[in-house]
Design a binder for this molecule. Structure first.
Ligand code: LUZ
Ligand code: MOS
Length: 750
């Protein structure tokens, strides 16, 4: 099925927050934020700003009728600063005016007196000072101390991976409208409508039933709107509630870049031990996560780092610890991969370092340690339906890896100023929210009297194509054509208590609930058909919008069947609930079976480095990906290509920079470089692994949102491999992103 949004996207008719028709009397919001990263607020003067013509009111924490608190996991984040400032860009006051332009003028009139406090911007500094947003976590398997004693080689080093700006095309925003009896409706650009509803209710001090959150679609989320769409919606709702006027608040790009959290930078140390046969015997790592000034989703992200610490490898002795370090940066947050990529970069670095020491290619070590059926992950889950070897071997064979290696060697002998490199990157990513209670979803389906269908789920369309997949499920289950079916907006009054659209699990969870609802409706309608046709129900099916008896069509069309059912007073609506079976996790033991299944794949990347300039091209990325049985290859391919681009960006060019005072330097697209079409590899080839799929994946079509981002990690090592071909004495360093500046240094330093 074609992406259901392609028609309205192409015509520019798709609606985002900023496209909504505003009601008469709509007011506009703007945040006054902290101009310093850490301070005590001595005095805030809003009088002059509030006196400006066209300014309606300026809200501070004193105007919050409920709790001034938006922390999702830990209540440590005020909506509007009270006595202290903890990061540059922290919201302090919310200006509401007749226009954005007036609000902007008012912002310049606000004055604040502060007493500056020491600023911490790195995880290591916070770690040394003992500042954390939550307790550390440790996963342990076997006994690393004993295992290291018997290793032929033990290698230790440290790694850094930087943050990453989400850069969703649509910035954060919300539109709040008052309704009758104190009810407020908020249209929000959020991945988590229920989180937004809950936070607003808390801030206003009312029940969740007073708040309706509606989501049409997002212009991208990537994790940035899993937890961090709440503040803006809560401010708009706060103002609408107080003023009894509609309030629109869409962040401009600069405000969004400055005020929102990003992917967590990680500073990590590792110790890896292996034997002459290249089998990794033990792996230890300590991850210092730069959490920023509040917990946000950091505890869950830290946990996922541990879940993916050994990537697609089997290691019998593992000891990993993660510390969520509190710094004076905006609270860092979910970003595609959710801490997994950060963990995987460390094990890949460890393998690269070991390979350097043994003077062999890294892929020999990788290959010797790939996960196999019934291996145990460090968190106790037993690996089944493992495709690590399959995707690896298929990639090596189908993409003529050995030939590539030889060609690159030949190229490197012939050329002095240009060097090529190659890497292999296997991935293994667990599917399910690691927090087990979040793994459930609901769907609501209405069949109208004329046979047309409208359905709702908790899934948020953010460009990933979930609405198309959901529509496909209805089409398949009820045997109809898609023009009879509409996907309603995601709305908390139709489908309540939803988990955010995240963790790559949206289509699985919501799709399974939808499938259950459609199955029930189908059963009910086939009962009616069986009665009408006087035929055995078990021979009846619905396809091509007609009832079929043993593969032969009957006179009963879908429309007539629905009408008949309605006249017989049969319920044409259904609500269903799906909760992922089998999964569990015991945090006291740090053991369990947290994932429904894993997604596997292998990417081969090649790069060419210009050894005079330090610039590089990623020449090719060739991927064997485990889609299971992809239910929509167009959409899934789009996810792979997008994730790969984002992974390449994170690993090779996107460089978040804060100065030592905690001010964001990379605060515009002139100073923050993201991949464009020229940065993409000239060759991107994606082939589907032949595999059975997994029962817990919707229609056996495996989750595809996050896993392919980690193919991008391979490009870091392909560049590094080329550098090593030029600078034989170079000692590998693991400092991502591999920007041209760093490439140049590495080419000429040891
Ligand atoms: N969000 C979340 C996620 O709350 N829990 C998760 O496990 C997760 N994993 C990936 C992306 N977002
Ligand atoms: Mo996410 S990182 O919101 O799946």
């Amino acid at each position: 099925m074609k992406n259901t949004d392609s028609y309205s996207h192409l015509r520019g008719e798709s609606l985002y927050i900023d496209d909504l028709n505003t009601q008469q009397g709509t007011l506009y919001g703007l945040v006054f934020d902290a101009p310093i990263a850490h301070a005590k607020i001595l005095d805030l003067d809003i009088a002059k700003a509030e006196a400006l013509a066209g300014v309606i009111k300026i809200f501070t924490h004193k105007d919050v009728p409920g709790q001034n608190q938006i922390g999702g996991i830990i209540p440590d984040e005020p909506l509007l600063a009270e006595t202290d400032i903890h990061f540059w860009g922290q919201p302090i006051a919310f200006i509401v005016a007749e226009s954005e332009a007036i609000a902007k003028k008012a912002r310049a009139l606000i004055t604040i007196k502060m007493e500056a406090l020491p600023v911490i911007t790195t995880a290591t500094e916070a770690f040394k000072k003992g500042q954390f947003v939550c307790a550390p976590r440790t996963f342990n398997l076997g006994n690393t101390t004993d295992a290291f004693k018997n290793c032929d080689y033990v290698i230790e080093d440290f790694t850094f991976s930087n943050g990453q700006e989400h850069l969703y095309l649509e910035t954060q925003g919300a539109y709040a409208e008052c309704q009758e009896n104190g009810k407020i409706k908020v249209t929000s650009s959020t991945q988590g409508p229920t989180q937004v509803q809950k936070a607003i209710a808390k801030v206003l001090g009312v029940g969740m039933h007073q708040i309706e959150v509606d989501v049409i679609r997002l212009g991208g989320g990537f994790g940035g709107k899993e937890d961090q769409a709440t503040a803006w919606a809560a401010m708009a709702a706060l103002a609408a509630n107080h003023l009894h006027k509609p309030v629109k608040f869409v962040l401009n790009r600069h405000d969004d870049l400055r005020m929102t959290g990003k992917r967590h930078p990680y500073e990590s140390t590792f110790k890896i031990g292996l034997n002459k046969d290249l089998k990794i015997q033990a792996f230890e790592a300590t991850y210092l996560q730069n959490s920023g000034a509040a917990a946000d989703l950091s505890p869950a992200i830290a946990e996922r780092t541990l879940f993916h610490a050994t990537n697609a490898y089997n290691i019998k002795n593992v000891h990993t610890t993660v510390h969520s370090c509190k710094t004076n940066l905006p609270p860092n947050t979910a970003f595609r991969g959710f801490g997994g990529p950060q963990g995987m970069f460390v094990i890949e670095s460890a393998i690269a370092k070991a390979a350097e020491k043994l003077n062999i290619p890294a892929y020999k070590i990788q290959e010797a340690n790939l996960l196999q059926e019934n291996d145990e992950f460090s968190y106790g889950q037993i690996a089944t339906q493992v495709e690590a070897q399959n995707t690896w071997q298929t990639a090596i064979k189908d993409f003529d890896f050995e030939d590539d290696v030889k060609a690159i060697q030949k190229f490197n002998t012939k050329n002095t100023e240009l060097k090529k490199g190659i890497s292999v990157m296997p991935i293994c990513f667990g599917i399910s929210f690691t927090n087990t209670p979040m793994n459930h979803a609901r769907a609501l389906v209405h069949i109208y009297q004329d046979g047309s269908i409208g359905f709702s789920t908790g899934a948020v369309e953010m460009g990933q194509g979930v609405n198309t997949k959901l529509k496909q499920i209805v089409v398949q289950t009820l045997g109809l054509s898609s023009d009879k079916i509409i996907v309603e907006t995601t709305n908390t009054t139709r489908v309540a208590n939803t988990s955010p659209s995240a963790a790559s699990a949206t289509a699985d969870l919501n799709g399974k609930a939808l499938q259950l609802a459609c199955d029930s409706l189908k059963e009910r309608l086939l009962n009616v058909a069986s009665e009408e046709l006087q035929l055995d129900k078990k021979n009846l099916t619905i396809k091509n919008a007609s009832v079929y008896n043993q593969q032969k069509s009957t006179y009963l069309t879908w429309e007539s069947l629905v009408q008949m059912a309605f006249l017989k007073r049969v319920n044409l609506s259904e609500q269903a609930h799906y909760a992922t079976p089998e999964i569990h996790f015991d945090k006291t033991k740090e053991k369990g079976h947290p994932f429904a299944y894993h997604v596997y794949g292998t990417a081969i990347s090649t790069a060419t480095v210009d050894c005079i300039r330090g610039t590089y091209d990623i020449d090719s990325v060739k991927i064997i990906h485990d889609f299971g049985k992809s239910m929509n290859l167009d959409i899934d391919m789009g996810q792979i290509e997008g994730a790969l681009a984002q992974g390449i960006g994170w690993m090779t060019m996107e460089e978040i920079a804060y100065d030592k005072n905690g001010r964001l330097l990379s605060n515009a697209l002139s100073t923050y470089k993201v991949p464009d079409v020229f940065a993409m590899p000239e060759i991107v080839e994606v082939k589907a692994l032949e595999s059975a799929g997994h029962e817990m994946a919707i229609l056996k079509s495996k989750a595809v949102g996050e896993p392919p981002l980690m193919y991008g990690i391979g490009t870091y090592f392909a560049i590094q491999n080329a550098i090593k071909a030029f600078n034989k004495n170079h000692s590998l360093k693991f400092d991502a992103p591999m920007t041209p500046e760093k490439v140049l240094k590495n080419l000429y330093q040891n």
